[in-house]
Ligand binder design. Structure first.
Ligand SMILES: [Zn+2]
Length: 418
């Protein structure tokens, strides 16, 4: 069953069939989904493919395991009945403005409706975005209500302390010419580097210049929206926003070496408050663990920081990362503003982040930021003062910059004291 579409030999898709035309051409900045064309990363109907890579981001590897184990029929198509978005997002002018969005498919949540006919006829077209609704129940929000910082209103914040949100999952879809431009390099160089650094995982990057879209095997983005989504297109709506990069240790487990979870929850509280005041709150959560260097690198850096001669000093914070990883940061904030464009926004009124990299990326992409809101001092965990002092010294937004003395005086816990 699971071998039913296999021939005896492996067919490489690394070169186009001479003279063949794409059945589904992609016109990236087209004004509507049909003229843009569907993104097809199917592995069961190779003749329909118009992108490099396959669906599901990093989970494509687990799909392969499921097929290998005989648990999943590779020909099976998703049944998309009733999966359509639980809130209306767009379309917005930004979706077809040249090079405004290059790292996601703005039409990715609408494919089941837009390409119903093609799907019925057997094309394997899958959504890369899903929009649903949820309630968040967080101990810190309960505490904010108990402390009377936040009042239940029965709409955004409920009597039991839960918070209503629209949540949106977004898989990366890269338009390679646009991605190359964001990084100030040529498409050829970007393709070649992606090919080489994945040890040749996607030969089409270098052999198929006719395919300009890549589904990279990386994590995606989740958006949590607070308030009335119908207000997105109204430019008078006050937007509260935190852009947060994944930190499993703090976000989920409460590890106290950094400010991630406290800042994230502060963001959620501010978003809920903004929505209660008639605005919209927005948490953008990007899967970029450990500055996109991964958790193994991150934990190695923690050890290197804690074991250096003068202890875990703020003054040497970035240096230790660079010693282990070769770079201080690999989060490519250049692509991050796409989700803000996708939501049709041109202004963020309250930006709950101190990161100069995020600020520069957003404003560089034409998004106005009215106010920057630092993390309140009382929310900084015991061992996280090293991180925050080092970041402020490196240019993170802060009402007052730390002095050289502050940096020298800020030293974290040693490995023996855990
Ligand atoms: Zn963290």
């Amino acid at each position: 069953m699971s071998r039913s579409n296999r021939t005896d030999h492996i067919r490489l898709t690394s070169h186009p069939v001479p003279g063949a035309k794409h059945a589904f051409p992609i016109h990236w900045d087209a004004p509507d989904a049909r003229s843009r064309g569907p993104i097809i990363g199917t592995v069961s109907r190779p003749q329909d493919r118009n992108v490099i890579g396959s669906h599901g981001g990093s989970y494509a590897v687990y799909r392969a395991l499921a097929v290998s184990a005989g648990a999943l029929n590779p020909l099976r198509r998703p049944d998309l009945t009733n999966t359509f978005p639980a809130a209306t997002i767009g379309p917005f002018p930004q979706w077809s403005e040249p090079n405004r969005i290059v790292a996601l498919d703005p039409w990715g949540h609408l494919v089941a409706e837009t390409f119903r006919t093609e799907i019925t006829e057997g094309a394997d077209i899958r959504p890369s975005i899903a929009v649903t609704r949820a309630r968040l129940d967080l101990p810190e929000i309960q505490a904010a209500i108990a402390a009377k910082r936040l009042k239940p209103d029965g709409n955004v914040v409920h009597a039991n302390g839960s918070v209503s949100v629209v949540k949106i999952a977004i898989d990366p879809v890269w338009y390679l010419p646009g991605v190359a431009e964001r990084f100030g390099t040529s498409e050829t160089n970007l393709r070649r580097t992606l090919f080489e650094q994945t040890a040749g995982m996607f030969p089409e990057l270098v052999t198929r210049p006719d395919m300009q879209v890549f589904l990279p095997p990386i994590g995606g983005t989740t958006v949590y929206l607070f308030g009335d989504v119908a207000k997105l297109p109204d430019h008078r709506t006050t937007i509260t926003c935190r852009v947060h990069d994944e930190c499993n240790g703090s976000d989920v487990f409460g590890s106290d070496i950094c400010t991630c979870r406290p800042y994230l929850i502060h963001g959620i509280e501010e978003c809920a408050r903004g929505a209660q005041a008639g605005g919209l709150g927005l948490i953008v959560y990007n899967r970029k663990e450990g500055r996109a260097l991964g958790e193994v690198t991150k934990f190695l850096v923690y050890n290197a920081r804690k074991r250096q001669e003068d202890g875990d000093a703020a003054a040497a914070y970035f240096e230790r990362t660079e010693c282990v990883a070769g770079v201080q940061d690999a989060r490519f904030q250049q692509l991050m503003p796409d989700v803000i464009h996708w939501l049709g926004l041109r202004r963020i009124d309250r930006f709950l982040s101190m990161s100069d990299m995020k600020y520069d990326a957003l404003t560089g992409q034409g998004i106005e930021i009215v106010e920057r809101v630092p993390i309140p001092d009382e929310l900084i965990p015991a061992d996280a003062h090293v991180e925050i002092a080092a970041k402020k010294a490196a240019g993170y937004y802060s009402p007052e910059a730390p002095t050289a003395q502050d940096l020298d005086d800020t030293v974290g816990r040693s490995l023996e004291k855990y």
